[in-house]
Design a protein around this ligand. Structure first.
Ligand SMILES: Cc1ncc(C[n+]2csc(CCOP(=O)(O)OP(=O)(O)O)c2C)c(N)n1
Length: 619
């Protein structure tokens, strides 16, 4: 076993060339076996095995800075940098993160999770290096999917013109999570079909010996050739036009070619874009056949790839079906996704209404603005987007949607704690930032029936911007549809009032049941609408007990509880004791939702404990 001897990148460098194919084979086996137990991002990592090995052969990630885009493809890097033995804890509470984390290892240059920022971050590092008089290399590893995000172009535009030595490795597999969309993939496909250009460049370079970029004649010729080519041959690549030296496209599974090209890119000392073609899911038939399905998976059978324990209705699937029903009823209804058709439950809609379905790529800001344009012309656009990625579209929500009060509907998926993806992915801000926007209505279903009703109401009964926010996964024990009221009383009690919204209502009811056994009677209130929120909506429902406890799986500053406290204080109607239980000021780590709820005291035991404590203070 070659992999057993690898504990650090130095061990990778020490291997003979002939051992590398074996290492790659063992890495793939390791990924399949390990992820079959824990789940994780399988297909993207299988596709970047050779590329990651080659990076570690040529660069020193302790000194050089390797910036991953999204970072879901960092597993092989983690294995080669001494973290293989922690893979049984991948994406679990206090375990190994599924994304790069500088806190975890010196080899992880930067945090990642959200797409398209790697070139900007890498340029910042390159500038710091140059200003500091240092000479380490800076690399950004970005996929063709991430290249659909506008931020990537802001980075490329600036980096190309900067002249800063920096290497952007474009991992082009033709896939985002689903097949990639838009004009850029077509541009890349055209480049892919012209390997002759690369072969010519390689031959020309070989004329100048083993280290051509040290040869002044080569450097001079390179500059003349680049400017001549730009003037005389307009068919250059987008990247060359932006100031990059473009290398490739090369086969991303050919190790010796990868090492050769990475060394060349390193020698060039300028902004370089290395175009690498890879196959997502490479080497594992079931993943290679269905790379979208094995992009991110739960546990599966390592032989057949059959997923274990998946299936069943989720908030996303109910959302998708309701959207299709609404589209059937009204031809103005359109659906938008930012590269998350499967994740947001819209695949069925896409098949049934291809003309009214728009995948904009990883471009959440654009998705919001496009929805605003559609709404301004009388359509009924619904942008289905994960809470965490909607953060990318905040200015567009303010400027393009809220200012004109346009009737854009947001399906805010993965609101609240999401589990294994961890701190970059929890949907813990939308309840705060959407509620702050003038004219926005924010609805919070706690079960499927409420989601169906609230989505219909958002589309057909309300005006202005409306967000319907719902969590990852399925519904809990609470199934009653209370969506006809802004505030619903689920249970009466005289000792304290518990207020929550969305699926945390389940935990609140469980806590009430626990307390009842001890003779403590709590009222349970459920907010169906967290914005707008005023005294009229809240009524006198919060004043029936001396103690009010507001429970939320979002950040503390600006949370619903704080807004309620301000409303009640202003009216001189604050309860004797008002307690807010939420995530406070911390980023929640990875872990199952129930583990995280317990950690933040938002599980039934934690809530019951908080009530007992509040009652003790009252005595
Ligand atoms: C801003 C943002 N939107 C959406 C996502 C969800 N997402 C994670 S990976 C991915 C596809 C990335 O495709 P690509 O960069 O080509 O990498 P590949 O998985 O194909 O290697 C998407 C859409 C994200 N991480 N960040």
């Amino acid at each position: 076993m070659v992999l057993e001897s690898i504990h650090s990148p130095a061990d990778v460098k020490a291997l003979a060339d002939g051992q590398l194919p074996q290492l790659c084979q063992e890495l793939r086996e390791f990924l399949v076996n390990s992820l079959s137990r824990t789940g994780g991002h399988l297909a993207s990592n299988l596709g970047t095995v050779e590329l990651t090995v080659a990076i570690h052969r040529v660069f020193d990630t302790e000194r050089d800075r390797l910036v991953f885009d999204v970072g879901h493809q960092c597993y092989v890097h983690k294995i080669l940098t001494g973290r293989g033995d922690q893979f049984s804890t991948l994406r679990q509470l206090d375990g190994l993160s599924g994304f790069p984390k500088p806190r975890e290892s010196v080899h992880d240059a930067f945090i990642a999770g959200h797409a398209s920022n790697s070139v900007s971050v890498a340029l910042g590092m390159a500038r710091a290096r140059t200003l500091g008089g240092k000479d380490y290399c800076v690399l950004a590893l970005i996929g063709d999917g991430a290249l659909t995000g506008g931020l990537a172009y802001e980075g490329l535009n600036n980096a190309g013109a900067s002249g800063e030595p920096l290497i952007v490795i474009l991992n082009d597999n033709g896939m985002s999570i689903n097949p990639n969309v838009g004009a850029i993939p077509s541009h890349l496909a055209r480049l892919r079909s012209k390997p002759a250009y690369y072969h010519f460049k390689k031959w020309y370079r070989s004329l100048f010996g083993p280290r051509p970029s040290r040869n002044p004649l080569y450097r001079f010729n390179h500059r003349v050739k680049t400017s001549l080519k730009k003037t005389l041959w307009p068919g250059s690549t987008l990247f060359e036009d932006m100031g990059f030296t473009y290398l490739g496209p090369i086969d991303g599974h050919d190790l010796s070619r990868l090492c050769d090209m990475l060394s060349w890119a390193k020698e060039l000392h300028c902004p370089v874009l290395l175009h690498v073609n890879t196959i997502k899911g490479k080497g594992v038939p079931f993943a290679q056949r269905n790379p979208d399905m094995y992009h991110g998976v739960g546990p599966f059978d390592p032989e057949t790839g059959r997923l274990r324990g998946e299936g069943g209705e989720t908030f996303s699937s109910v959302f998708g079906k309701t959207m299709a029903d609404c589209a059937r009823a009204d031809p103005r209804v359109c659906a938008i996704t930012a590269a998350m058709a499967d994740g947001t439950g819209l695949s069925g809609f896409a098949k049934a209404f291809p003309k009214r379905f728009f995948d904009v790529g990883i471009a959440e800001g654009h998705g919001v603005s496009m929805a605003a344009g559609m709404a301004s012309q009388g359509l009924l656009p619904v942008f289905a987007v994960y809470s965490t990625f909607l953060q990318r579209g905040y200015d567009m929500l303010i400027h393009d949607v809220a200012l004109e009060g346009l009737h854009v509907v947001l399906g805010v998926d993965r609101a609240g704690l999401v589990g294994a993806d961890g701190e970059t992915h929890h949907g813990c801000f939308d309840a705060l930032f959407l509620s702050e926007l003038p004219g926005f209505t924010v609805l919070c279903p706690a079960n499927f029936a409420e989601l169906r009703r609230m989505l219909r109401s958002a589309l057909f009964e309300r005006s202005g911007p409306v967000a319907v926010r719902y969590p990852r996964g399925g519904e809990g024990a609470f199934r009653e549809d209370t969506s006809d009221r802004p505030v619903a009383c689920l249970r009466e009690g005289r000792h304290a009032t518990l207020l929550s919204y969305g699926v945390p209502v389940n935990r609140t009811l469980e806590a009430a049941a626990l307390l009842e056994k001890e003779g403590i009677e709590v009222r349970v209130l459920k907010l169906n609408q967290i914005a707008p929120l005023d005294l009229e909506i809240l009524g006198d429902s919060l004043e029936k007990t001396d103690i009010l406890l507001v429970l939320e799986d979002c950040f503390g500053a600006g949370c619903v509880g704080q807004r309620i406290a301000a409303i009640l204080a202003k009216a001189g109607r604050a309860p004797k004791r008002l307690l807010l239980k939420n995530l406070g000021g911390t980023f929640a780590p990875e872990g199952s939702v129930s583990q995280l709820e317990a950690r933040f005291g938002l599980d039934a035991a934690g809530i019951a404990g908080a009530v007992r404590e509040a009652l003790m203070h009252e005595q």
